[in-house]
Design a protein around this ligand. Structure first.
Ligand code: ATP
Ligand code: MG
Length: 209
């Protein structure tokens, strides 16, 4: 497969998420895919802030972006993109990958990175099959994910031309929800988030109400 690719073709990973807050498992996932798939860089793309009508209130985009910037600053292979937070309202992966494809052109290989939990929901996303016209998916292992359901999903997607790779990564059961809960209870989040992100959370009072 590599032989058919032009020597200059760049390979870019796309790590989408709410990142409320970004944590070490996000960084482990992105670095594992960067390394495993020989990517030139990984773009972290925090999702836009959905309207407050349903579900949990997501922290303002500026806060989530600031934490992503702090978390990735030491890794030259990581970058942040404001493509979703610059648009008002909720974001759809299909719109994002379509814009990235337009921006980077047809030669660039795009890999959309998700946890195995999130990839199982892909059929409920907007225009899932169009997503595969623009990128391949990399599903990274996450503690507690359903391996059988994932196998079934990979087969279904392959049947309609979509490529889903699976990548085993060092699994840690960290989630943003658990971090928010800990902060609310004034418990330690050290070693769950980068130090600078932890300092930012305590300094700004995020998640404390
Ligand atoms: P929340 O608890 O608020 O849902 P989260 O920890 O799941 O937060 P998200 O921002 O929802 O974080 O996730 C962004 C991406 O990172 C998703 O594709 C998700 O599957 C993946 N991800 C998050 N935590 C892990 C983890 N511990 N291991 C592997 N992948 C993860
Ligand atoms: Mg999640």
């Amino acid at each position: 497969m590599a032989l058919r690719e032009p020597a200059q073709a760049s390979r870019i990973g796309v790590m989408g998420g709410t990142f409320d807050p970004i944590h070490l498992a996000h960084l482990i996932a992105a670095e594992s895919v960067r390394d495993g798939f020989h990517l030139h860089r990984v773009l972290f793309i925090p999702a836009g802030t959905p309207p407050h009508k349903t579900g949990r209130r997501v922290s303002p985009a500026a806060r989530r972006l600031a934490m992503v910037r702090l978390a990735i600053s030491s890794n030259p292979g990581f970058e942040v993109s404001t493509i979703e937070t610059d648009r008002p309202g909720a974001s759809y992966t299909v719109d994002t990958v379509r814009s990235l494809r337009r921006e980077f052109g047809p030669e660039t290989k795009l890999y959309f990175i998700t946890g195995a939990d999130a990839v199982l929901e892909i059929l409920s996303w907007k225009d899932p099959f169009e997503i595969f016209n623009h990128c391949e998916l990399v599903a990274v292992t996450r503690p507690g994910y359903d391996a059988v359901a994932l196998d079934r999903m990979v087969a279904t997607m392959a049947g309609s031309g979509g490529v889903v790779h699976r990548l085993a990564i060092p699994e840690v059961s960290i989630s943003s929800s658990e971090i928010r809960k800990r902060v609310k209870e004034r418990r330690s989040i050290r070693y769950l988030v980068p130090d600078a992100v932890g300092e930012y959370i305590w300094r700004t009072g995020l998640y404390q109400d």
